[in-house]
Write a new protein. Structure first.
Length: 113
């Protein structure tokens, strides 16, 4: 038996309704789980006008995830869709705030209805 804490299982949920696609992340996004996030994004039907990335259940969000978000933001600007990011819990969101990413990314308190 070890004293190391067990990380929450990482899950990716995908939902497309009308013109809104939502990718929800749960647990810890790190270098090992980031490819699953990228695969979920790549698997979306391209018919959406708004892409929502829901971080409200993330326990950790590594720089590999930030790179993915910035890439999606660049894609949104070039392809003309709207990117919204549902804020992570305060300890995780603090990293985005410290990096001043709210200047580049659009954060929201909850997903659009």
């Amino acid at each position: 038996m070890t004293d190391r804490p067990i990380a929450p299982q990482f899950r990716v949920g995908v939902q497309q309704r009308g013109s809104v696609a939502t990718v929800s992340l749960e647990g810890e996004l790190d270098i090992a789980t980031a490819p699953r996030f990228e695969q979920a994004l790549a698997g979306l039907e391209p018919s959406y006008e708004t892409l929502v990335i829901d971080l409200s259940h993330c326990a950790f969000f590594a720089s590999s995830g930030i790179a993915i978000l910035l890439g999606q933001n660049d894609r949104a600007e070039s392809e003309g869709f709207k990117l919204l990011i549902v804020k992570a819990p305060p300890p995780v969101q603090r990293m985005f705030d410290l990096a001043a990413l709210d200047d580049r990314l659009t954060f929201t308190e909850r997903p659009p209805e």
